[in-house]
Design a protein around this ligand. Structure first.
Ligand code: NIG
Ligand code: FE
Length: 417
């Protein structure tokens, strides 16, 4: 099966198979009027149309970009896409002055979603996840990292991860599962959180490893959730199981999770709204990717992560939605790019690299995803606008017209095919 994308005003992409840093973050390749040929799910040619004609025959199918801009499919390296219920009541309370943590301590927050998720059937969870994946896809996202974490018991954590696997098989968006059973202390263990930490280490993580349900582990390292010592024990143990590590680090308070993530060789340290100078220096000297989630700052009305300082220090910066029902209920990477530029101060080219190649690096996939180059997977976005600037410039609407996933048209004229 071959597909030719032609008629683009420009094909725009970062290049390479590793995260870009510093001034390289803004180094996009812009090819005016280029065509892209896909075969068997891979990109086999990017270049001018005359050269394509010389080297290849007709493709099985042609997609007319119609003067639009072709970009790599977005990779969203931090999402919580499986849940039941919703928390618009808490949103309203926050608008009237309560904080996210006030609500969490009063057994709302993550634990409110845990109640709804535990009582939902796996079919209901799958249906909700599918609807969200459709929304990811029409907004241009072709791969996500997907966390569990609304079960907080063995049975429901397993069911969430099984739903992620089933969704990965049945939906065009690719999902990379992360076990986040250490997302919160469940209400039944509030009197003695240490018992919950021990259960995670002795019972829940080993069983999820035994079933082969996750690629990576994550912990919410935060005041009032898991402290630094508990996080260290949870992650060191998970690493011994061979899991890769992501970490919710220095999100609402500067606990030092970023330094710990680097010390343990984590793939990513995420959030970083309260990252310290020491955390920034540690990231800059490591391969750990700094995943920034400006949707969460926006939605919680919290400070922005220090994106410019991170870039200027030489850290590998990526962007993600944090899609979840409490702190960032969105599937839209274009919205995240707008917040990254207008709120956190990234340049547009920097934000595009952060949402594609660097986001792929944040899930250990920069060798196969995140840029438009021969040999990479044919995951592409075609904007209904001539240049990549329109991604953010025309804000508050969906600029994505078509999406190609693994060489197949998955969204045409804004609709799932
Ligand atoms: O990334 N920080 C912890 N987890 C999510 C919020 C989850 C929720 O509120 O349901 C986050 O912000
Ligand atoms: Fe998160």
């Amino acid at each position: 099966m071959s597909l030719l994308i032609r008629g683009a005003h420009q094909v725009v992409s970062p290049l390479g198979d590793r995260a870009r840093r510093g001034t390289e973050l803004a180094a996009l390749e812009i090819r005016p009027n280029a065509v892209v040929r896909c075969e068997e799910g891979m990109i086999v040619f990017v270049g001018n149309e005359a050269e394509h004609r010389q080297r290849f025959g007709d493709a099985d199918e042609t997609l007319e970009a119609d003067g639009g801009c072709v970009l790599p499919g977005f990779v969203d390296p931090h999402t919580h896409p499986v849940w039941a219920g919703s928390r618009e009541d808490e949103f309203d309370r926050r608008l009237r002055g309560e904080t996210y943590m006030d609500i969490a301590r009063a057994s709302g927050g993550i634990n409110a979603t845990v109640r709804a998720t535990r009582s939902a059937s796996s079919e209901e969870l799958l249906a909700g996840t599918f609807a969200r994946l459709d929304s990811f896809l029409v907004h241009g996202t072709t791969t996500i990292e997907a966390k569990s974490g609304y079960g907080l018991d063995l049975e429901t954590e397993v069911r969430m991860l099984e739903v992620i696997h089933r969704a990965d098989e049945a939906h065009p968006v690719d999902l990379h599962p992360t076990c986040l059973a250490a997302h919160e202390v469940p209400l039944e263990h509030r009197d003695d959180p240490e018992v919950w930490v021990r259960r995670l280490i002795e019972e829940i993580h080993p069983e999820i490893v035994r079933r082969g349900l996750a690629e990576a582990v994550d912990v919410f390292c935060e005041e009032g959730v898991f402290d630094l010592d508990q996080t260290r024990r949870l992650l060191a143990d998970a690493r011994d199981h061979g899991w890769r590590i992501h970490l919710h680090a220095d999100e609402l308070t500067p606990l030092g999770g970023t330094v710990l993530a680097v010390e343990l060789g984590a793939l990513s340290a995420d959030h970083l709204m309260c990252v310290t100078a020491e955390g920034i220096a540690a990231l800059a000297g490591s391969d750990t990717v700094a995943i920034l989630l400006p949707g969460t700052s926006f939605f919680l009305r919290s400070p922005w992560a220090p994106a410019r300082e991170l870039v200027e220090a030489g850290c590998a910066v990526a962007l993600a939605t944090d899609c979840n029902p409490g702190s960032s209920p969105t599937e839209s990477m274009p919205a995240i790019l707008a917040l990254a530029c207008l709120g956190m101060g990234l340049g547009l080219a920097e934000a595009l690299t952060a949402a594609t190649l660097n986001a792929a690096a944040a899930i250990g996939r920069a060798h196969e995803l995140g840029s438009i180059e021969e040999g990479k997977r044919a995951d592409l976005v075609i904007l209904g606008a001539p240049t990549y600037h329109h991604l953010v410039y025309h804000y508050g609407v969906n600029p994505v017209r078509h999406v190609v996933k693994a060489g197949k048209i998955a969204v045409r004229d804004g609709q799932r095919t």
